[in-house]
Design a protein around this ligand. Structure first.
Ligand SMILES: Cc1cc2nc3c(=O)[nH]c(=O)nc-3n(C[C@H](O)[C@H](O)[C@H](O)COP(=O)(O)OP(=O)(O)OC[C@H]3O[C@@H](n4cnc5c(N)ncnc54)[C@H](O)[C@@H]3O)c2cc1C
Ligand code: FES
Length: 346
């Protein structure tokens, strides 16, 4: 009887080439169990749309939250590839991965008290929370936040680089998405003193260990992980030339200008900041760039070895990636964090 119950409650997953066996509790996805166990399984969206978390099913049965066939090519599917963020074991499994996994900080759950929500610009607030204990994370990563009464968590990038890799007080930049469950709740009334559940850290977006020039491109609240990565690079004493392209609608929507200037003036190498406004009034006297944040890429030269860090709405990132590769940037040197939401994942 005991063995029967145990079988129902979790599945054992053998990962080819890994010494330890993974235990996946019933109701959890493969990705959730891997991250909770501290396995650095590559993933970006966690909602079955980027294809990053693929694994090969060698033996056993799974159920899927959404079909892998929506994302993976027919060839990959016929070889047995499936998505770890969508797969729930229905039996014990044997799986194989494209590359060996390293171990990372296991994902943990925290209680987060909202301590301040100052407005950064018309549609973005800084969400400041205090955790019940410190969290360790790598600048560029994100956390999942769950609000009372909203079943599914929403992802938000840490907006700063923590001292010595950990922090108890956290900052996020949250953009209001009208009609969005979490942000309507957050922007709807004063939430200071309220409590959120936080789990993390998640994500592979981070500073690469290199000395190459950096091209950072952000749209809206996509500035959050870019600021964290740049602060991290500065704390390491980086002397890499930086170009920061930042897209906003109008001058009012530009934020963190003081922090960017502080970074720029303390930087050990050339640092060019190019704000680009898409809806600025023609008569406003703005003399900076206008149009799409991707427009200036065509005028940038010598990009061959440049590392690109892109963050913001998926359509903006797709356009930037295509243009950068066309300009000679190596695809493997482009790192991107797409702020997917329900309108892009359903
Ligand atoms: C890795 C990652 C990091 C992120 N970091 C940040 C960050 O730092 N800052 C930030 O501001 N955002 C970030 N995001 C986006 C964030 O997670 C939320 O998706 C966003 O805030 C919207 O949440 P919401 O609950 O308000 O909207 P949702 O309720 O998720 O809805 C979003 C939009 O989709 C529409 N919608 C809802 N359901 C459907 C449906 N079934 N079909 C079509 N449309 C639908 C809604 O009307 C709304 O317009 C990140 C996303 C990811 C994946
Ligand atoms: S993390 Fe699974 S498809 Fe994106």
């Amino acid at each position: 009887m005991f063995t029967f119950l145990k079988k129902q409650q979790s599945s054992k997953v053998i990962i080819a080439g890994e010494s330890a066996t993974l235990e996946v509790p019933r109701g959890k996805t493969m990705l959730e169990a891997m991250l909770a166990d501290g396995l650095a399984m590559p993933h970006d969206c966690k909602v079955g749309s980027c294809g990053t978390c693929r694994f090969k099913l060698v033996e056993g049965k799974i159920g899927e939250l959404s079909p892998s066939a929506l994302v993976l090519e027919r060839d990959a599917l016929s070889q047995g590839y499936r998505l770890a963020c969508q797969a729930m074991p229905r039996s014990d499994l044997v799986i194989a991965l494209d590359a060996p996994l390293s171990r990372q900080q296991a994902v943990e759950r925290f209680s987060a008290t909202i301590v301040a929500t100052p407005r950064l610009c018309p549609d973005i607030i800084q969400l400041v929370v205090e955790l019940d204990r410190p969290i360790r994370f790598i600048p560029g990563q994100y956390a999942d936040l769950t609000a009372p009464g909203i079943a599914e968590p929403r992802s938000y990038s840490f907006a700063f680089a923590p001292d010595r890799g950990e922090a108890t007080r956290l900052e996020f930049h949250v953009r209001h998405v009208p009609g969005g469950l979490f942000t309507d709740w957050l922007f709807g009334e004063e939430r200071t003193g309220g409590t959120l559940e936080l789990s993390g850290p998640f994500g592979q977006f981070r500073l690469k260990d290199s000395a190459e020039a950096m091209l950072c491109l952000a749209g809206g609240s996509g500035l959050a992980p870019i600021m964290a990565i740049l602060q991290h690079a500065r704390s390491l004493g980086a002397s890499r030339p930086v170009t920061l392209l930042y897209g906003a609608r109008t001058q009012q929507h530009l934020y963190c200008l003081g922090e960017i200037e502080a970074l720029r003036s303390a930087w050990n190498a050339p640092f060019e900041f190019i704000p680009v406004l898409s809806e600025e009034d023609e008569r406003s006297g703005w003399t900076g760039a206008r149009g799409l944040v991707t427009d200036p890429i065509a005028r940038l030269a010598g990009l061959a070895r440049t590392e690109a860090y892109l963050c913001g709405p998926p359509a903006m990132i797709d356009a930037a990636e295509a243009q950068l590769v066309q300009q000679g940037v190596l695809p493997e040197l482009v790192a991107a964090d797409r702020f997917l939401d329900k309108s892009t994942t359903r």
